[in-house]
Design a protein around this ligand. Structure first.
Ligand code: ATP
Ligand code: MG
Length: 138
């Protein structure tokens, strides 16, 4: 069993894709064990994407992430981190495999509907940032 953090980004929420994304998780063996809708501030987005500080898209992506509400979730299941990344597809929707969330719904490399943790260490860190132990119903 593994846990990962998923975010439906402001474009996914604005496009009415919360149900579509959640359906894909639930159909594919990823159980939602925590969930909430929140606004991520610019400062929080800068922290969240700190590994990208200094890159040319940093200012733009952190503006985007703080532009509207997000849905943050903890997903649990076998190989949850990899499974979630498979369902999401590649960062750039043009490179994402057919049938993936980003291929079907993303409008650009920046506005790509979903975030998913990329490794066990980042998953643990990101889950701990958004949820405390009492909020996770595993
Ligand atoms: P995420 O971390 O959101 O799950 P990812 O791991 O597929 O996505 P990263 O390389 O971590 O991709 O990039 C973080 C986010 O920054 C991307 O999801 C996207 O929103 C944005 N981004 C990445 N590369 C670019 C780029 N070249 N131009 C614009 N935005 C970008
Ligand atoms: Mg990433």
């Amino acid at each position: 069993m593994e846990r990962t953090l998923s975010i439906i980004k402001p474009d996914g929420v604005a496009k009415g894709l919360i149900g579509e994304v959640i359906k894909r998780f639930e159909k594919n063996g990823l159980k939602i064990v925590a969930m909430k809708m929140i606004y991520i501030s610019k400062k929080e987005a800068e922290w969240f994407y700190a590994v990208h500080r200094g890159k040319n898209f940093f200012d733009s992506v952190t503006d985007f992430m703080s532009s509207g509400p997000c849905v943050v979730m903890v997903l649990e299941g076998p190989k949850a981190i990899t499974k979630n990344r498979e369902l999401m597809g590649a960062t750039n929707p043009k490179d994402a495999a057919p049938g993936t969330i980003r291929r079907e719904f993303a409008s650009s490399i920046e506005r790509n509907i979903v975030h998913g943790s990329d490794a066990p260490e980042t998953a643990a860190f990101e889950i701990g940032y958004f949820f405390n132990a009492l909020e996770i119903c595993g």
